[in-house]
Design a protein around this ligand. Structure first.
Ligand code: ADP
Ligand code: MG
Length: 397
Protein backbone atom coordinates (compact mmCIF):
# COMPACT_ATOMS: atom_id res chain seq x y z
CA UNK A 1 0.00 0.00 0.00
CA UNK A 2 1.25 3.46 -0.87
CA UNK A 3 1.55 6.08 1.80
CA UNK A 4 0.05 9.55 1.18
CA UNK A 5 3.47 11.12 1.70
CA UNK A 6 4.51 9.53 -1.62
CA UNK A 7 2.25 11.96 -3.50
CA UNK A 8 2.78 15.61 -4.21
CA UNK A 9 -0.69 16.87 -3.41
CA UNK A 10 -0.27 20.63 -3.68
CA UNK A 11 -3.11 22.15 -5.66
CA UNK A 12 -4.60 18.74 -6.35
CA UNK A 13 -8.10 17.58 -5.49
CA UNK A 14 -7.89 14.62 -3.12
CA UNK A 15 -10.92 12.48 -2.30
CA UNK A 16 -10.56 11.04 1.21
CA UNK A 17 -12.82 8.14 2.22
CA UNK A 18 -13.01 8.56 5.99
CA UNK A 19 -14.99 6.74 8.68
CA UNK A 20 -17.10 9.39 10.41
CA UNK A 21 -19.83 7.01 11.53
CA UNK A 22 -20.34 8.38 15.03
CA UNK A 23 -23.17 7.78 17.50
CA UNK A 24 -25.76 10.58 17.50
CA UNK A 25 -28.60 11.53 19.78
CA UNK A 26 -30.70 13.84 17.62
CA UNK A 27 -27.99 16.04 16.12
CA UNK A 28 -25.67 15.78 19.13
CA UNK A 29 -22.55 13.62 18.66
CA UNK A 30 -22.20 11.47 21.77
CA UNK A 31 -18.70 10.20 20.92
CA UNK A 32 -16.42 11.90 18.40
CA UNK A 33 -13.63 9.29 18.50
CA UNK A 34 -13.88 8.40 14.82
CA UNK A 35 -13.84 12.06 13.75
CA UNK A 36 -10.73 12.67 15.82
CA UNK A 37 -9.10 9.57 14.34
CA UNK A 38 -9.73 10.96 10.83
CA UNK A 39 -8.11 14.33 11.50
CA UNK A 40 -4.39 13.50 11.01
CA UNK A 41 -4.72 12.45 7.36
CA UNK A 42 -7.03 15.35 6.47
CA UNK A 43 -4.79 17.82 8.27
CA UNK A 44 -1.68 16.49 6.56
CA UNK A 45 -3.23 16.80 3.11
CA UNK A 46 -4.66 20.27 3.70
CA UNK A 47 -1.39 21.37 5.26
CA UNK A 48 0.40 20.38 2.06
CA UNK A 49 -1.95 22.47 -0.05
CA UNK A 50 -4.38 19.82 -1.26
CA UNK A 51 -8.05 20.54 -1.92
CA UNK A 52 -9.52 17.89 0.34
CA UNK A 53 -12.91 16.35 -0.40
CA UNK A 54 -13.97 14.09 2.46
CA UNK A 55 -16.61 11.41 1.90
CA UNK A 56 -18.14 9.16 4.57
CA UNK A 57 -21.29 7.37 5.64
CA UNK A 58 -23.44 7.60 8.76
CA UNK A 59 -25.78 4.85 9.94
CA UNK A 60 -27.96 2.87 7.58
CA UNK A 61 -30.21 5.20 5.54
CA UNK A 62 -30.46 2.51 2.83
CA UNK A 63 -29.92 4.50 -0.37
CA UNK A 64 -32.29 7.42 0.30
CA UNK A 65 -31.72 10.92 1.72
CA UNK A 66 -32.88 11.05 5.34
CA UNK A 67 -32.19 14.10 7.53
CA UNK A 68 -31.85 11.81 10.57
CA UNK A 69 -28.58 10.53 9.07
CA UNK A 70 -27.20 13.84 7.79
CA UNK A 71 -23.47 14.44 8.18
CA UNK A 72 -24.11 18.14 8.90
CA UNK A 73 -23.31 17.84 12.66
CA UNK A 74 -20.16 15.92 11.72
CA UNK A 75 -19.02 18.69 9.35
CA UNK A 76 -19.34 21.16 12.21
CA UNK A 77 -17.35 18.99 14.62
CA UNK A 78 -14.70 18.24 12.00
CA UNK A 79 -14.27 21.96 11.46
CA UNK A 80 -13.79 22.53 15.19
CA UNK A 81 -11.15 19.79 15.38
CA UNK A 82 -9.34 21.06 12.27
CA UNK A 83 -9.71 24.67 13.44
CA UNK A 84 -10.75 25.46 9.90
CA UNK A 85 -13.88 25.98 7.87
CA UNK A 86 -15.32 22.75 6.44
CA UNK A 87 -17.56 23.39 3.43
CA UNK A 88 -20.54 21.05 3.59
CA UNK A 89 -22.39 19.79 0.51
CA UNK A 90 -26.04 18.94 1.09
CA UNK A 91 -25.93 16.16 -1.49
CA UNK A 92 -23.39 13.51 -2.48
CA UNK A 93 -22.86 13.87 -6.22
CA UNK A 94 -25.44 16.55 -7.12
CA UNK A 95 -25.32 20.30 -7.71
CA UNK A 96 -24.37 21.15 -4.15
CA UNK A 97 -21.43 18.73 -4.16
CA UNK A 98 -20.25 20.05 -7.54
CA UNK A 99 -20.45 23.66 -6.35
CA UNK A 100 -18.60 22.89 -3.11
CA UNK A 101 -15.85 21.01 -4.95
CA UNK A 102 -15.50 23.78 -7.55
CA UNK A 103 -15.23 26.38 -4.80
CA UNK A 104 -12.36 24.71 -2.93
CA UNK A 105 -9.06 26.56 -2.71
CA UNK A 106 -5.68 24.97 -1.98
CA UNK A 107 -5.54 23.83 1.65
CA UNK A 108 -9.32 23.85 2.12
CA UNK A 109 -11.53 20.97 3.23
CA UNK A 110 -15.05 19.96 2.18
CA UNK A 111 -17.36 17.20 3.38
CA UNK A 112 -20.02 15.74 1.11
CA UNK A 113 -23.36 14.46 2.46
CA UNK A 114 -23.81 10.83 3.61
CA UNK A 115 -22.64 8.41 0.89
CA UNK A 116 -25.40 5.99 1.77
CA UNK A 117 -28.04 8.51 0.62
CA UNK A 118 -27.10 7.19 -2.84
CA UNK A 119 -28.22 3.65 -3.77
CA UNK A 120 -25.04 3.14 -5.82
CA UNK A 121 -22.82 3.19 -2.74
CA UNK A 122 -23.90 -0.15 -1.28
CA UNK A 123 -25.35 -1.74 -4.41
CA UNK A 124 -24.60 -5.41 -5.07
CA UNK A 125 -24.83 -4.61 -8.78
CA UNK A 126 -21.33 -3.92 -10.11
CA UNK A 127 -22.59 -1.56 -12.82
CA UNK A 128 -24.66 0.52 -10.40
CA UNK A 129 -21.68 0.82 -8.05
CA UNK A 130 -19.35 1.67 -10.92
CA UNK A 131 -21.67 4.43 -12.17
CA UNK A 132 -21.76 6.06 -8.74
CA UNK A 133 -18.02 5.56 -8.24
CA UNK A 134 -17.41 7.33 -11.56
CA UNK A 135 -19.26 10.42 -10.33
CA UNK A 136 -17.25 10.51 -7.10
CA UNK A 137 -13.97 9.96 -8.93
CA UNK A 138 -14.77 12.83 -11.31
CA UNK A 139 -14.45 15.25 -8.37
CA UNK A 140 -10.80 14.39 -7.72
CA UNK A 141 -7.28 13.69 -9.00
CA UNK A 142 -6.26 11.34 -6.19
CA UNK A 143 -7.96 8.97 -3.76
CA UNK A 144 -6.97 8.29 -0.17
CA UNK A 145 -8.53 5.35 1.68
CA UNK A 146 -8.63 6.13 5.39
CA UNK A 147 -12.01 4.79 6.53
CA UNK A 148 -10.79 1.72 8.34
CA UNK A 149 -14.21 0.94 9.84
CA UNK A 150 -15.57 0.43 6.30
CA UNK A 151 -12.73 -1.47 4.57
CA UNK A 152 -14.59 -4.78 4.92
CA UNK A 153 -17.41 -3.41 2.76
CA UNK A 154 -17.44 -3.85 -1.01
CA UNK A 155 -18.93 -0.40 -1.44
CA UNK A 156 -18.38 2.11 -4.24
CA UNK A 157 -16.42 4.63 -2.17
CA UNK A 158 -14.32 1.89 -0.57
CA UNK A 159 -13.74 -0.59 -3.38
CA UNK A 160 -14.56 0.96 -6.77
CA UNK A 161 -13.25 4.53 -6.60
CA UNK A 162 -9.64 3.51 -5.86
CA UNK A 163 -9.75 1.54 -9.11
CA UNK A 164 -10.40 4.79 -10.98
CA UNK A 165 -7.80 7.12 -9.46
CA UNK A 166 -4.17 7.00 -8.31
CA UNK A 167 -4.50 6.12 -4.65
CA UNK A 168 -2.87 5.72 -1.28
CA UNK A 169 -3.76 4.59 2.23
CA UNK A 170 -4.26 7.19 4.93
CA UNK A 171 -2.36 7.17 8.19
CA UNK A 172 -5.27 5.67 10.14
CA UNK A 173 -5.63 2.68 7.83
CA UNK A 174 -1.88 2.09 7.88
CA UNK A 175 -1.75 2.22 11.68
CA UNK A 176 -4.74 -0.12 12.07
CA UNK A 177 -3.36 -2.67 9.62
CA UNK A 178 0.00 -2.57 11.37
CA UNK A 179 -1.55 -3.57 14.69
CA UNK A 180 -3.84 -6.22 13.24
CA UNK A 181 -1.00 -7.78 11.28
CA UNK A 182 0.82 -8.19 14.56
CA UNK A 183 -2.22 -9.98 16.01
CA UNK A 184 -2.51 -12.37 13.07
CA UNK A 185 1.16 -13.10 12.45
CA UNK A 186 2.60 -13.57 15.89
CA UNK A 187 0.07 -13.23 18.66
CA UNK A 188 1.62 -14.00 22.00
CA UNK A 189 -0.25 -16.84 23.74
CA UNK A 190 -2.62 -17.39 25.38
CA UNK A 191 -4.58 -15.48 22.76
CA UNK A 192 -7.97 -14.52 24.18
CA UNK A 193 -10.84 -12.96 22.24
CA UNK A 194 -13.77 -11.36 24.08
CA UNK A 195 -16.95 -10.91 22.07
CA UNK A 196 -20.13 -9.08 22.98
CA UNK A 197 -22.40 -6.39 21.63
CA UNK A 198 -25.63 -6.46 19.74
CA UNK A 199 -24.82 -7.15 16.08
CA UNK A 200 -25.23 -10.81 16.84
CA UNK A 201 -25.97 -12.16 13.37
CA UNK A 202 -22.96 -10.27 11.91
CA UNK A 203 -20.60 -11.47 14.58
CA UNK A 204 -21.66 -15.09 14.90
CA UNK A 205 -20.20 -15.57 11.43
CA UNK A 206 -16.69 -14.75 12.60
CA UNK A 207 -16.62 -17.29 15.40
CA UNK A 208 -15.98 -20.33 13.21
CA UNK A 209 -12.77 -18.81 11.91
CA UNK A 210 -11.68 -17.43 15.26
CA UNK A 211 -11.91 -20.91 16.76
CA UNK A 212 -9.01 -21.96 14.54
CA UNK A 213 -6.83 -19.13 15.84
CA UNK A 214 -7.46 -18.42 19.50
CA UNK A 215 -6.93 -20.24 22.80
CA UNK A 216 -9.94 -18.79 24.59
CA UNK A 217 -13.15 -17.17 23.53
CA UNK A 218 -15.19 -15.27 26.13
CA UNK A 219 -18.75 -14.48 25.10
CA UNK A 220 -20.82 -11.77 26.77
CA UNK A 221 -23.25 -9.03 25.74
CA UNK A 222 -26.19 -9.75 23.49
CA UNK A 223 -24.20 -12.58 21.83
CA UNK A 224 -24.30 -14.78 24.90
CA UNK A 225 -28.00 -15.55 24.92
CA UNK A 226 -27.97 -17.41 21.62
CA UNK A 227 -25.26 -19.64 23.11
CA UNK A 228 -27.20 -20.20 26.33
CA UNK A 229 -30.32 -21.02 24.36
CA UNK A 230 -28.32 -23.38 22.13
CA UNK A 231 -27.39 -25.26 25.29
CA UNK A 232 -31.07 -25.61 26.09
CA UNK A 233 -31.54 -22.82 28.63
CA UNK A 234 -34.40 -20.34 28.80
CA UNK A 235 -33.29 -16.77 27.98
CA UNK A 236 -36.61 -14.95 28.44
CA UNK A 237 -36.79 -11.73 26.44
CA UNK A 238 -33.01 -11.44 25.97
CA UNK A 239 -31.48 -10.71 22.58
CA UNK A 240 -31.67 -13.95 20.60
CA UNK A 241 -30.77 -15.10 17.10
CA UNK A 242 -33.21 -17.96 16.77
CA UNK A 243 -32.15 -18.87 13.21
CA UNK A 244 -28.53 -19.34 14.22
CA UNK A 245 -28.97 -21.80 17.09
CA UNK A 246 -27.86 -24.72 14.92
CA UNK A 247 -24.72 -22.89 13.85
CA UNK A 248 -23.95 -21.99 17.46
CA UNK A 249 -24.30 -25.63 18.52
CA UNK A 250 -21.72 -26.36 15.84
CA UNK A 251 -19.36 -23.80 17.40
CA UNK A 252 -19.74 -25.39 20.82
CA UNK A 253 -18.78 -28.79 19.37
CA UNK A 254 -15.95 -27.36 17.32
CA UNK A 255 -14.49 -25.53 20.32
CA UNK A 256 -14.60 -28.71 22.40
CA UNK A 257 -12.90 -30.66 19.59
CA UNK A 258 -10.15 -28.10 19.14
CA UNK A 259 -9.55 -27.61 22.83
CA UNK A 260 -10.53 -23.94 22.63
CA UNK A 261 -11.96 -22.73 25.91
CA UNK A 262 -15.34 -21.19 25.14
CA UNK A 263 -16.47 -19.29 28.20
CA UNK A 264 -20.09 -18.18 28.66
CA UNK A 265 -21.69 -16.07 31.39
CA UNK A 266 -22.62 -17.91 34.57
CA UNK A 267 -24.88 -15.13 35.84
CA UNK A 268 -26.65 -12.11 34.35
CA UNK A 269 -28.54 -8.98 35.37
CA UNK A 270 -32.08 -9.90 34.39
CA UNK A 271 -34.27 -6.81 33.91
CA UNK A 272 -38.04 -6.51 33.64
CA UNK A 273 -37.70 -4.16 30.64
CA UNK A 274 -35.15 -2.49 28.37
CA UNK A 275 -34.79 0.79 30.25
CA UNK A 276 -32.28 2.93 32.11
CA UNK A 277 -34.06 2.46 35.44
CA UNK A 278 -35.44 -1.04 34.86
CA UNK A 279 -35.91 -3.19 37.91
CA UNK A 280 -33.51 -6.17 37.79
CA UNK A 281 -32.01 -9.03 39.75
CA UNK A 282 -28.91 -11.17 39.46
CA UNK A 283 -29.84 -14.65 38.29
CA UNK A 284 -27.92 -17.72 37.17
CA UNK A 285 -27.41 -17.70 33.41
CA UNK A 286 -29.13 -21.05 33.33
CA UNK A 287 -32.23 -19.74 35.07
CA UNK A 288 -33.33 -16.50 33.39
CA UNK A 289 -37.05 -16.00 34.14
CA UNK A 290 -39.25 -16.03 31.01
CA UNK A 291 -40.49 -12.48 31.68
CA UNK A 292 -37.02 -10.94 32.00
CA UNK A 293 -34.13 -10.01 29.72
CA UNK A 294 -30.40 -10.14 30.34
CA UNK A 295 -28.91 -6.66 30.04
CA UNK A 296 -25.45 -7.27 31.53
CA UNK A 297 -23.17 -10.03 32.73
CA UNK A 298 -23.38 -10.65 36.47
CA UNK A 299 -20.75 -10.25 39.20
CA UNK A 300 -19.59 -13.89 39.16
CA UNK A 301 -19.13 -13.72 35.39
CA UNK A 302 -17.11 -10.51 35.71
CA UNK A 303 -14.74 -12.31 38.05
CA UNK A 304 -14.65 -15.40 35.86
CA UNK A 305 -13.80 -13.33 32.76
CA UNK A 306 -11.16 -11.29 34.62
CA UNK A 307 -9.53 -14.57 35.66
CA UNK A 308 -9.51 -15.82 32.06
CA UNK A 309 -7.84 -12.56 30.98
CA UNK A 310 -5.25 -12.41 33.75
CA UNK A 311 -2.58 -14.61 32.10
CA UNK A 312 -3.30 -13.65 28.48
CA UNK A 313 -0.48 -12.73 26.12
CA UNK A 314 -2.83 -11.15 23.60
CA UNK A 315 -6.40 -9.92 23.96
CA UNK A 316 -8.78 -8.70 21.29
CA UNK A 317 -12.08 -7.33 22.60
CA UNK A 318 -15.09 -6.43 20.50
CA UNK A 319 -18.55 -5.66 21.79
CA UNK A 320 -19.81 -4.34 25.13
CA UNK A 321 -20.73 -6.93 27.78
CA UNK A 322 -24.05 -5.24 28.47
CA UNK A 323 -26.15 -2.19 27.74
CA UNK A 324 -23.37 0.13 28.93
CA UNK A 325 -25.36 3.20 27.85
CA UNK A 326 -27.49 2.56 30.97
CA UNK A 327 -25.45 3.15 34.12
CA UNK A 328 -27.00 0.16 35.92
CA UNK A 329 -25.95 -2.21 33.14
CA UNK A 330 -22.45 -0.87 32.46
CA UNK A 331 -20.64 -2.83 35.18
CA UNK A 332 -19.79 -5.86 33.05
CA UNK A 333 -18.25 -3.75 30.31
CA UNK A 334 -16.31 -1.79 32.91
CA UNK A 335 -15.03 -4.99 34.52
CA UNK A 336 -13.72 -6.38 31.22
CA UNK A 337 -12.17 -3.03 30.28
CA UNK A 338 -10.46 -2.83 33.66
CA UNK A 339 -9.16 -6.38 33.32
CA UNK A 340 -7.57 -5.40 30.00
CA UNK A 341 -6.11 -2.22 31.44
CA UNK A 342 -4.60 -4.17 34.32
CA UNK A 343 -3.16 -6.87 32.08
CA UNK A 344 0.38 -7.17 30.73
CA UNK A 345 -0.97 -8.51 27.45
CA UNK A 346 -1.01 -6.80 24.08
CA UNK A 347 -4.58 -5.50 24.23
CA UNK A 348 -6.69 -4.34 21.31
CA UNK A 349 -10.23 -2.96 21.56
CA UNK A 350 -12.21 -2.83 18.33
CA UNK A 351 -15.68 -1.58 17.51
CA UNK A 352 -17.43 1.77 17.47
CA UNK A 353 -19.50 1.10 20.56
CA UNK A 354 -16.74 -0.72 22.42
CA UNK A 355 -14.37 2.22 21.95
CA UNK A 356 -17.16 4.64 22.85
CA UNK A 357 -17.84 2.62 26.00
CA UNK A 358 -14.21 2.95 27.13
CA UNK A 359 -14.47 6.71 26.85
CA UNK A 360 -17.98 6.99 28.27
CA UNK A 361 -16.96 5.01 31.35
CA UNK A 362 -14.09 7.45 31.84
CA UNK A 363 -11.40 4.80 31.43
CA UNK A 364 -7.95 5.79 30.16
CA UNK A 365 -7.58 5.20 26.42
CA UNK A 366 -3.84 4.72 26.86
CA UNK A 367 -4.56 1.78 29.16
CA UNK A 368 -4.92 -0.32 25.99
CA UNK A 369 -2.23 -1.16 23.45
CA UNK A 370 -4.54 -0.06 20.65
CA UNK A 371 -8.11 1.14 20.25
CA UNK A 372 -9.33 0.31 16.78
CA UNK A 373 -11.97 2.39 15.02
CA UNK A 374 -13.32 -0.70 13.25
CA UNK A 375 -15.29 -3.55 14.83
CA UNK A 376 -16.48 -5.58 11.86
CA UNK A 377 -13.40 -4.66 9.85
CA UNK A 378 -10.93 -5.74 12.52
CA UNK A 379 -12.83 -8.97 13.22
CA UNK A 380 -12.82 -9.90 9.55
CA UNK A 381 -9.12 -9.09 9.33
CA UNK A 382 -8.43 -11.35 12.31
CA UNK A 383 -10.42 -14.12 10.66
CA UNK A 384 -7.96 -13.99 7.79
CA UNK A 385 -10.46 -12.66 5.27
CA UNK A 386 -9.39 -10.40 2.43
CA UNK A 387 -10.95 -7.00 2.91
CA UNK A 388 -12.17 -5.31 -0.30
CA UNK A 389 -11.02 -1.85 0.75
CA UNK A 390 -7.49 -3.05 1.51
CA UNK A 391 -7.26 -5.11 -1.66
CA UNK A 392 -8.27 -2.04 -3.66
CA UNK A 393 -5.58 0.04 -1.97
CA UNK A 394 -2.91 -2.57 -2.64
CA UNK A 395 -3.60 -2.79 -6.36
CA UNK A 396 -2.01 0.03 -8.36
CA UNK A 397 -2.65 0.46 -12.03
P1 ADP B 1 -19.39 -2.60 18.47
O1 ADP B 1 -19.88 -1.31 17.87
O2 ADP B 1 -18.37 -2.36 19.54
O3 ADP B 1 -18.93 -3.58 17.42
P2 ADP B 1 -22.09 -3.61 18.64
O4 ADP B 1 -22.52 -2.54 17.70
O5 ADP B 1 -22.17 -5.02 18.17
O6 ADP B 1 -20.63 -3.29 19.20
O7 ADP B 1 -22.98 -3.59 19.96
C1 ADP B 1 -23.06 -2.48 20.81
C2 ADP B 1 -24.40 -2.45 21.50
O8 ADP B 1 -24.67 -3.68 22.12
C3 ADP B 1 -24.49 -1.41 22.59
O9 ADP B 1 -25.34 -0.39 22.14
C4 ADP B 1 -25.08 -2.18 23.78
O10 ADP B 1 -26.11 -1.48 24.43
C5 ADP B 1 -25.60 -3.43 23.14
N1 ADP B 1 -25.71 -4.59 24.05
C6 ADP B 1 -24.74 -5.18 24.76
N2 ADP B 1 -25.23 -6.15 25.53
C7 ADP B 1 -26.56 -6.21 25.31
C8 ADP B 1 -27.64 -7.01 25.81
N3 ADP B 1 -27.42 -7.95 26.71
N4 ADP B 1 -28.87 -6.76 25.34
C9 ADP B 1 -29.09 -5.80 24.43
N5 ADP B 1 -28.13 -5.01 23.92
C10 ADP B 1 -26.87 -5.21 24.35
MG1 MG C 1 -21.75 -0.76 16.98
Amino acid sequence: MKDITEFDVTGRRVLVRADLNVPLEGDVITDDGRIRASVPTIKDLAGRGARVIVVAHLGRPKGKPNPEFSLAPVAKRLGELLEAEVAFATDVVGDSAQAVVDGLQDGQVALLENLRFEPGEESKDDAARAAFAGKLAAFADLYVGDGFGAVHRKHASVYDVPGLLPHAAGTLVLAEVDVLRKLTDDAERPYVVVLGGAKVSDKLGVIGNLLTRVDRLLIGGGMAYTFLKAQGYEVGGSLLQEDQLEQVRGFLDEAAKRGVELVLPVDVLAAVEFAEDAEYEVVDATAIPADRQGLDIGPRTRELFAGKLADAGTVFWNGPMGVFEFEAFSGGTRAVAEALIGSEAFTVVGGGDSAAAVRKLGLPEDGFSHISTGGGASLEYLEGKTLPGLVALEEQK
